[in-house]
Every structure is written in C-alpha cells, then in structure tokens.
Design a protein around this ligand. Structure first.
Ligand code: GUN
Ligand code: ZN
Length: 432
C-alpha cells in the first residue's frame, strides 16, 4: 500500500495542560511542550513521530526553520452564514438578530448560496488556522448538506446540524416540530459515519423553540449516540428577561434546557454570562460546556464572562469566535479579547492557558482530545505553520525584546493574526 508521508521541520509548540494560576512564567512550566528545530512526521494523515533528528532520505520534507508549528485551532462556536453580517453596526443581541442576522440566514434557503457560503466559510477557517469547529448553519436542511459536503471535501473535523427554530423568527426561517424531526432524521441518516463529521442537535436558543420542539431535540439527542447539542444561553440581559416571560414554570434559562434532556457532556452552550450560582452548579454536575465568546460579548455589549471564576466553579469551558456576533475568525484575536475581558476584572490569563484553551482545551470540551489539539503521535495531523512576525513590524520589534517563551508567545497572541499563517495541514493534506 502507498503511504502518504511528509516530514515538517520547525519550532513545535503544544500545551498538554494549562499551568495552574500563579505559576511562574519565566521558565517553561510543566505541561508546555516547546520543541524548537524538531521534525513532525506525518503518515497517512496522522502524526507518527516527533523527533530532533532528521528522518531518513525516503521522507519528503517541508523545512520551515524558525516557523512556529502549532496544532490547528478548534473553534467551539461559530455561525457559517454570518460572514455576511460580521461587523454590523449599532445593536444588541435581539435587535441584531432581527435587523442583520435573520435576513442573512434567509438567503441560505437557496442551495447555491449555501454551497458558496459554506466553501467560503471553511476556506476562511483554514486561512485563520482553525481546522475543526462546532458550527451553526441555518434552519434549512440544505445548509447542513452544503456545510458537511464542503467539510468532507476538505477532510475537516466538523460538527454541525440543522438549526431548530419554530417560533419568534421570520416565517422563512421557521420549521415545525414535524419538519424539524423529519429533516434531522434525514440528515443523521445521510451523514452519520462520513469522514470526520458529527451531528449536533442545534437549538438556536430557547426563545425560538416551542416546548414541543425542545422536547423533540432532547429525544433526538438521546436517540443518536455520539451526537452533540449546541445552543446559546444567558448572553444578554434582555434575552434572559424574555426567556423568563416565555418559560414561567422554569427555575432558570438553563433549566429550560435541562428539563428537555439537552444538558449532557456533549452539550456546548455559547456565552453563559448571566447565570446564577444554582445554574452554575447544574453546569458543573451535568458537564455541559460554556463556550466563552469574548469578541462577540464585547461587540454586542452583552457582558463580561468571568473565566477564572467559572473554571474554579468546576465548570467545563471552551473558547469561541462566535462570528458574526464575534468580529474575527482569528483565534489570536479571540484569545487577546479573552485576556482583556479578564483584565477588566483584575484577573490574568497567561499565554499558555490561552493557547491551551484554543487547542487541547477546546478539543477536550468536545471529547476529541484523543484526535486533535496536540502534536502527539497517533493524533490526526491537523497542524499549522506560522511566522512569528512580519519583518519590520511592531510585533517583530517587540519579539526582539522578549526574554522568555512566555513573553514571546504572549506578544504573538496579542499582536498576531491570520496574516502570519504560512500553511495549514488537515489530516496531513496541505492547504494554502
Ligand atoms: N442567540 C440566538 N441566536 C444567536 C446568534 O446567531 N448569535 C448570537 N451571538 N447569539 C444568538
Ligand atoms: Zn452564537
């Protein structure tokens, strides 16, 4: 059998474990693997070895001395159709949905629009160094076919599923309990077991689903092993008030999901800013994950998520762009915003913790850390080569004055972005 092999030379960095808060950063902490001038060997789409010595002459080589080789980023919450409305002016969540987002998503009823939009979206993820994602498409069944088809072509690890929304949205964006069930079952039948795809039962948020539809989503999740759930929770104060009015019999916004079987270790809920102590304890106990979406929370004026506090509550956390409420697909920009949101609360997120969150941490939040998130033999070779800086840039100047790996990496995360990307490999296949 022909094996596909490539040996990449560069400065390899991955994070097995985030350092505990307060760890000194002038030396490289345990759990941070910095392997400069090493070879990453890839065979048939998987990492087969990491070594200092060059492989034998039979290996095709891609030599990138001085480039930073990282695991591909993982984005745990992002909306494919919202590249059309990213950076739209002047509104908070509920008005933003009505004025910008719902009209953009309506256009995806056309399969040609969904196909072109999905290809653009995935190419942009790869161009930003993000190789895996948990993605919202639209309510239309064809939006999932388009997105999964495009991900399959690119060999990407992608999790998605049709948006369930049967009320409080324009008629063109509403399904029904019956059509939502029919479309979900057809999509599960068509895509289960294909490539690196997995299905997420996608409840947009509680206000756009009837109780009957929420019940259906929970039943479908229980009946489809390995499936995920994705939704939004407690993002904006007006939204939380609205949920209280719409669901008077429930203890909290989170309780609406829990009582319909939607809180499991396979659930990712975006935002979770406005949750009381009881809801936080339910998240800890159910092991459902909050996707912190800092650029979105800032841009839409939603609020400040308390990362360190929620982590010490025992909640599982991930980090996400939430484009198009979020203003960048770049994980560097997302992590820089997370740092700044923490700083506003007198807290600090070190560069190793931030990089861990966007790689192994996000992979673990999706129970995928035995597949992606590190440069480890046996894992799938989703890998990205980056320059540290453009020659002559402010970042290059700043790096010249850095005295430790942490100082360099922190400056790179704060000042760098997708313009520093040099090559992305998805399961060993090169893009860009
Ligand atoms: N809540 C319900 N839908 C959305 C959405 O598309 N984006 C964000 N940020 N929040 C939501
Ligand atoms: Zn969102």
């Amino acid at each position: 059998m022909n094996t596909q092999r490539i040996a990449i030379l560069g400065d390899l960095l991955d994070i097995e474990q985030a350092p505990p808060p307060g760890t000194p950063l002038d030396e490289i902490p345990a759990g941070v693997r910095w392997r400069p001038a090493h070879w990453l060997l890839i065979e048939d789409g998987r990492i087969s070895a990491v070594q200092a010595e060059a492989p034998d002459a039979s290996w095709p080589r891609d030599e990138r001395p001085g480039q930073l080789i990282l695991p591909g980023f993982v984005d745990t919450h992002v909306h494919a159709p919202q590249l059309d409305v990213i950076a739209s002016y002047g509104t908070e969540l509920l008005d933003w949905l009505q004025r910008y987002t719902f009209p953009a998503e309506t256009a995806w009823a056309d399969p040609a629009v969904a196909a072109a939009g999905s290809a653009l979206f995935l190419d942009q993820l790869l161009a930003h160094g993000t190789t895996s994602a948990l993605v919202f498409p639209t309510v239309h069944k064809t939006s999932v076919d388009a997105l999964f088809g495009a991900a399959l072509q690119r060999g990407m690890r992608l999790i998605s599923g049709k948006c369930l929304m049967d009320r409080h949205a324009p008629p063109a964006l509403c399904d029904t309990v019956a059509s939502g069930e029919r479309d979900t079952l057809a999509l599960l039948a068509a895509w289960t077991g294909k490539g690196r795809l997995a299905y997420a039962h996608t409840v947009r948020f509680a206000p756009t689903s009837s109780e009957a539809q929420l019940r259906l989503a929970g039943e479908l999740h229980a009946a489809s092993p390995g499936s995920y759930v994705q939704t939004h929770v407690a993002e904006n104060r007006a939204e939380v008030d609205w949920v209280r009015e719409l669901f008077p019999g429930y203890r909290s916004y989170l309780d609406v999901y829990e009582r319909h079987g939607l809180l499991t270790a396979q659930t990712t809920l975006a935002h979770g800013i406005w949750l009381d102590a009881d809801a936080r304890a339910r998240l800890r106990d159910t092991r459902a994950v909050i996707a912190h979406s800092p650029t979105s929370n800032l841009f839409l004026g939603s609020g400040l998520f308390v990362w360190r506090g929620r982590a010490s509550d025992g909640m599982r956390l991930s980090i996400a762009s939430d484009v198009g409420g979020g203003v960048s697909l770049s994980m560097q920009r997302t992590l820089a915003a997370a740092y700044q949101v923490a700083a506003l609360q007198g807290q600090r997120l070190d560069a190793f913790t931030l990089l861990h969150a966007a790689t192994r941490g996000n992979a673990a939040s999706l129970q995928l850390d035995q597949e992606i998130g590190r440069l480890e033999p046996g894992l799938v070779a989703d890998v990205v080569a980056w320059d540290w800086a453009e020659p002559g840039s402010v970042l290059a100047h700043r790096l010249g004055r850095a005295n430790s790996l942490h100082e360099k990496l922190f400056a790179w995360l704060m000042l760098g972005d997708e313009r520093l990307l040099r090559r992305t490999w998805v399961a060993g296949r090169a893009f860009g």
